[in-house]
Design a protein around this ligand. Structure first.
Ligand code: FAD
Ligand code: FES
Length: 327
């Protein structure tokens, strides 16, 4: 069964099958609704149902607060039409930026630092991510968080993990070279430092989830802020860690920054630090009055949210970016 979807305020109309989510159906008609993961993990496709019937599929907890649900908000990449629908939804600007790879630097056995020079200034806020078109597959994009605040060097910096069989990461690790061109879409995402409060910050990062958190810490240092920051940084194996020296240097240089690195691998006898990310967070302090920033895999984030809510952290103090596979 097909239904007509009308997007406001653009007035764009298209048909969607009952088995197609709104983001996917729009894409089939050449319309790009703002989205990130396309799998219910990031919240970037939030819209509002103005009229009509629909079915909401499952998505990551906390993407919609109860008040947002009550106001008719929905996660459009998991929303299926059950009648004609009128939706408030952001249609993405078609802007793209041509960039050139200036540097590819190994950070760990499976993580590369990618530096790109955009042909014109690329506006973004610290904590946001860029969508990068896969070379040779212009209809396929992957999302990567900027690892430095804007304006640091004129270059865009990313930390990218190699995934077995991953289309973009395999190209980057094994084919890409300095001078290669990459196309970026406009920066996206709501994961950002809230400027309107001075609550102590609890940051939890796993793997390359360190990228946007590092950018936030760098920004806070550059602005001369002394708001206490406690970063817990987790990896599976010791060889997976990167930037440990930089993080240690920051914690030595700035008394308001505390870093705890944790390892899941209990077999590594040479590791004298903490084991297991979330149990270490739980055992290390009272987080009830902290502003919390989480970044890493969707599984880690879901578990962290459960833990924090059970420790009485308010849900509107929890901010997260889930590095979900492209849906
Ligand atoms: C908002 C956002 C920001 C992100 N920022 C970063 C970042 O800064 N650094 C970074 O390294 N990644 C980041 N990611 C993940 C990234 O977008 C890609 O999903 C990842 O790099 C895989 O792309 P690929 O083309 O190599 O693999 P694909 O061809 O997409 O997938 C290959 C295989 O790997 C699996 N897979 C894909 N992605 C993941 C994943 N994230 N975890 C586990 N398995 C996966 C797929 O299911 C598939 O089986 C982010 C994701 C989102 C949504
Ligand atoms: S695009 Fe819908 S939740 Fe990420």
């Amino acid at each position: 069964m097909e239904y007509e979807i009308c997007l406001e305020p653009s007035g764009i109309r298209f048909m969607a099958d009952e088995h197609q989510n709104i983001v996917e159906a729009a894409k089939q008609h050449g319309i790009s609704i703002k989205h990130g993961c396309a799998s219910g993990s990031c919240g970037d496709c939030k819209g509002t149902i103005l009229s009509g019937a629909s079915e909401q599929g499952p998505f990551m907890p906390l993407l919609l607060l109860p008040t947002e649900r009550a106001a008719g908000m929905a996660i459009l990449c998991k929303l299926y039409p059950r009648s004609d629908l009128r939706l408030h939804a952001e249609v993405v600007r078609k802007d793209t930026w041509k960039t050139e790879i200036t540097q590819l630097t190994p950070l760990a056995w499976n993580v590369l630092e990618l530096r790109l020079r955009p042909e014109r200034p690329y506006p973004y806020r610290t904590g946001q991510y860029a969508r990068i078109a896969i070379p040779g597959r212009p209809d396929q994009w992957r999302s990567y968080s900027m690892a430095t605040p804007p304006g640091t060097t004129g270059e865009l910096v990313f930390h990218i993990r190699e995934l077995p069989g991953g289309i973009f990461s395999q190209w980057l690790f094994h084919t890409a070279q300095r001078g290669d061109a990459l196309i970026l879409g406009a920066a996206q995402g709501e994961f950002a430092l809230s400027p309107d409060n001075d609550r102590d910050m609890l940051c939890i990062a796993a793997g390359t989830g360190l990228a946007p958190i590092e950018a936030m810490i760098q920004e806070s240092i550059a602005l001369g802020r002394t708001r206490p920051i406690h970063l817990f940084y987790g990896a599976r194996k010791r060889a997976d860690f990167y930037h440990l020296e930089e993080l240690t240097r920051w914690s030595q240089q700035y008394p308001h920054i505390t870093i705890t690195s944790t390892l899941s691998d209990r077999q590594d006898a040479s590791w004298t630090g903490a084991h297991r990310l979330l149990p270490t967070v739980a055992a290390s302090g009272h987080w009830k009055d902290h502003e919390v920033y989480l970044c890493g895999s969707p599984g880690m984030i879901e578990a962290a949210i459960d833990l924090l809510l059970s420790h009485d952290v308010r849900h509107d103090h929890i901010h997260f970016d889930a590095f979900a596979p492209n849906g």
